[in-house]
Structure formats: C-alpha cells, structure tokens
Design a protein around this ligand. Sequence first.
Ligand code: FMN
Ligand code: ATP
Length: 142
Amino acid sequence: MTRVVAQGTFDILHPGHVHYLADAADMGDELHVIVARSVNVTHKEPPVVPDEQRREMVGALKPVDEAHLGHPEDIFVPIERIEPDIIALGYDQHHDDDQLQAALSARGIDCDIRRASPLEDEAADRLLSTGRIIDRIVDERS
Ligand SMILES: Cc1cc2nc3c(=O)[nH]c(=O)nc-3n(C[C@H](O)[C@H](O)[C@H](O)COP(=O)(O)O)c2cc1C
Ligand SMILES: Nc1ncnc2c1ncn2[C@@H]1O[C@H](COP(=O)(O)OP(=O)(O)OP(=O)(O)O)[C@@H](O)[C@H]1O
C-alpha cells in the first residue's frame, strides 16, 4: 500500500489541479491532499475561497481519497499523521526538493519526493491557472 501526499492552495479549481491530483494518485494506491491555510499562502495573493470550502471541494475530486486542512504553523504535523511514502510536488511549486528532503529527514520522516507533470494549454482559451481565472473575471466584469 503506497500512500501519496499532494498539497497546494486550490483556490478556484481548474483542469490543471485535476491533472496534478490524477498524476499524484497514479504514483500510489491512496491519495491524501493537504490544503494550505490562507495564513500560510504568503508567496502570492491569498485565496478568495475560505479554507474549509477549498478542502471540501478538493475532497470531492475523483483521484482524492482524503483532503486535510493544513496545520496553521508547522507543515510537518499533517505529514507525521498521514505517514506518506511519497510527497508529490506540483510541477511549479516553489519548494526546493533537496531542502524539503533534508527537513523531512531532520524530523525523522522517511519518504520520497517526486514532481508531477504540467498540463499544458491544449487550447488557447483554456484557463489552467487560478490567477488567470481571477484576471479574466476582473477584466470582463468590472
Ligand atoms: C510537504 C508539504 C506540507 C505542507 N503542509 C502544509 C500545512 O500543513 N499547512 C499549510 O498551510 N500549508 C502546508 N504546505 C504549504 C502549501 O501547501 C503550499 O506549498 C503553498 O502554501 C501553496 O502553494 P501553491 O502555490 O502550490 O498552491 C505544505 C507544503 C508541503 C510541500
Ligand atoms: N496547469 C497545471 N498543470 C499541472 N499542475 C497544475 C496546473 N496548475 C496548477 N497546478 C498544480 O496544482 C497545485 C495547486 O496549485 P495552485 O493552487 O497554486 O493553483 P494555480 O492555479 O497554479 O494558482 P495561481 O494561478 O494563483 O498561481 C500546484 O501543485 C500546482 O503545481
């Protein structure tokens, strides 16, 4: 039984999110997703959709066995509870694989880190980014 963890903000869902989670699910037998708390999304605009609502929507997606809200202060607490064999990072996630591996080892957590693949734009009008969906809303509705 191989348990995989994926993680992210998942603010306004789009096919790129579904592709990432399907890719992560294919790496093992059971997929757990950690949904970032708004307070921890500091590298870009904070999400519009509330924490628990984002968790609920991610948990409803077919590849996902369980969706968890992240810990407010210590990102390793959910990992220690879930005990994954693999952490699947998104293709563009800003985390440094080697630094993350070192931090996991320092906490006594033994798991592989892998990268999921991107879903490239198949058609020019596809919106495969939450930021681009929000930009489109602002452009067309204001
Ligand atoms: C292994 C791992 C565990 C994480 N656990 C949490 C957590 O418990 N709580 C949280 O708020 N964010 C957690 N995060 C951070 C976010 O999920 C994510 O990296 C970031 O805030 C949003 O990134 P995005 O731009 O890919 O959506 C974790 C990230 C990683 C890589
Ligand atoms: N087009 C895509 N293809 C594959 N994975 C994606 C795609 N878009 C997002 N993801 C993955 O989904 C996870 C969560 O992404 P996030 O919530 O940051 O969405 P986003 O649409 O990339 O957001 P933003 O546009 O605001 O940067 C990340 O691991 C990210 O790599």
